[in-house]
Structures are given as structure tokens and as C-alpha cells.
Design a binder for this molecule. Sequence first.
Ligand SMILES: Nc1ncnc2c1ncn2[C@@H]1O[C@H](COP(=O)(O)OP(=O)(O)O)[C@@H](O)[C@H]1O
Ligand SMILES: [Mg+2]
Length: 280
Amino acid sequence: MTDQTSGLAPAQAGKPILAVNNIEVIYDHVILVLKGVSLTVPEGGIVALLGANGAGKSTTLKAISNLLRSERGEVTKGSIEFEGARIEAQTANELVRRGCIQVMEGRHCFGHLTVEENLMTGAFTRRDGKAAIKRDLDMVYDYFPRLRERRSSQAGYTSGGEQQMTAIGRALMSRPKMILLDEPSMGLAPQLQEEIFEIIRKLNEEQGVSFLLAEQNTSIALRYATYGYILESGRIVMDGAASDLRENADVKEFYLGVGGEGRRSFKNVKHYKRRKRWLA
Ligand SMILES: Nc1ncnc2c1ncn2[C@@H]1O[C@H](COP(=O)(O)OP(=O)(O)O)[C@@H](O)[C@H]1O
Ligand SMILES: [Mg+2]
């Protein structure tokens, strides 16, 4: 396991599909939110970006997929590479065409459109014709049988789990090599969270899609990811193989809610001691 006080991304086995190098993000010209964040996702990997509410997970994903501008945010330092090419200057749509797409937090669907119409909006960057798009629609329905049943329902009237599936399915319709998935488990019952993560794993294994998963739910994310980064107040404070993080005493205490009286506040008195242990 490594700490990132050096600002250098640690080595992970395999060729990276995504490399974020020491980025800084500022909102409204003054609010510094990310302070030297580095991470890599190997080709075909599932990597978790963990942290409490407000840690900077969504900001990191939006920095990668170039969705910050509409929020008055800006990457002011560092670099981001997708398949070895710098992407900071690309628009979100160009990036989708290259094969990297974000599924936003809160499963944004078009509520007044049907599930199938929502899925079809995901194909807008494609130029390979109707037959190929139809094939992929069938593939999405094979991965998400619930969506096939609900294809003609208005998305706004489907359940939270079905909306999350629709949001992921729509991303799949762009034929991505990589999906940046923001809080897929949020607001869902444990059974459904598990169902969604199982599908993520299947997409990874069968379609070779790489994933960067932002999650507050450390426990589930570390069971499906191979590697994890922990973000606190805009800095990565720890990273390592998922299996190592799951066994780490600090991660257990502060993020997995075991070994004490349940999950504790990150702002409690042990903060100093914990930080010291992490950086030791
Ligand atoms: N558009 C914005 N303008 C100013 N501050 C923002 C904006 N979006 C997020 N922030 C701030 O950036 C920090 C990180 O937020 P975010 O990336 O959403 O964290 P997370 O996804 O980990 O919950 C928070 O303190 C949040 O208040
Ligand atoms: Mg978020």
C-alpha cells in the first residue's frame, strides 16, 4: 500500500486505460476542492474511488469526463490521459466517442421518456447504423432483463433500481471501453445493490469494460473492485489492492464500521492519530 504525499500515482499491474496525474480542481475561481489527486485504472480493471460525502469523488469523475465547466469548475493543474492521450481539452461528447462515458450520480433518466427511448438516447454519438444499435439494445436487455420487461414504461415511474439500470444501460449504448460510475448503490436496498454490482462484474468480464466506481459504500465496492483509492477532503490518503484495504485496521474502523460500535464519524477525536498511522 502507498500513500500519495509524493503526488505520484502508484503502480498497478497492467497497462493503464486511464491515468489521472496530480490534478487540482477549483470551483468559481477560488474554491480549491481537489489537491493533487492521482489515480490509474488498468485496462479491463474495476477500481473504486472511496470517501465520505463531500470528499471530492464526483468532482474527480467530472474532471475526467469534462463535465466541470457547466458547474464553474476547472482543472488548474495536472494532466489526465485516456489510452495514453491527453484528454483535458476534449469535450464530454468527444470523450464519449473515444469510449469513455460517465454515469452521473442520482441516475439521471429522462422521466417523461420510456425506458427504451432513454436507452436509445445513449446511442447518439454512434455512426455505425441501426442494425448495430439494435444488437446492442438487445445486449443491454440481456444484461438487464428487468429493463426488457419495462421497456415501454415511462422511466419516471420505474423504481430506483430500474432507473439506475436504465442509466447504466444508456451508457452501454455508446459502446464504451470505460464507464465512470458515480454512486451506483446510492438509495438502493442491499439486494438491488448486489444485483447492480453483479452486472458490473459481468460487463467487465464479458465485454471488457473498465470501471472507475465512486462509492460511499466501501464494503460493497471493495468486494467487486480489484483496487481502491480513499479520498478525504480532496486528497487521496490511501490506496491499495481491494483485498489489502478490506483487511486494513483503519479502513475497517472508519469505512467498514467493524471493530467498534458501528461506523464512526470521520471528524471524531481519533482523526489525528489515524492520520499519523496512515502516513507512517
Ligand atoms: N459546483 C460547485 N461549486 C462549488 N463547490 C462545489 C461544487 N460542487 C461540489 N463542490 C464542493 O466540492 C466538494 C466535493 O464535492 P463532491 O465532488 O460532490 O464530493 P463527493 O462526490 O465525494 O460527495 C464539496 O465540499 C462540495 O461542496
Ligand atoms: Mg458525489
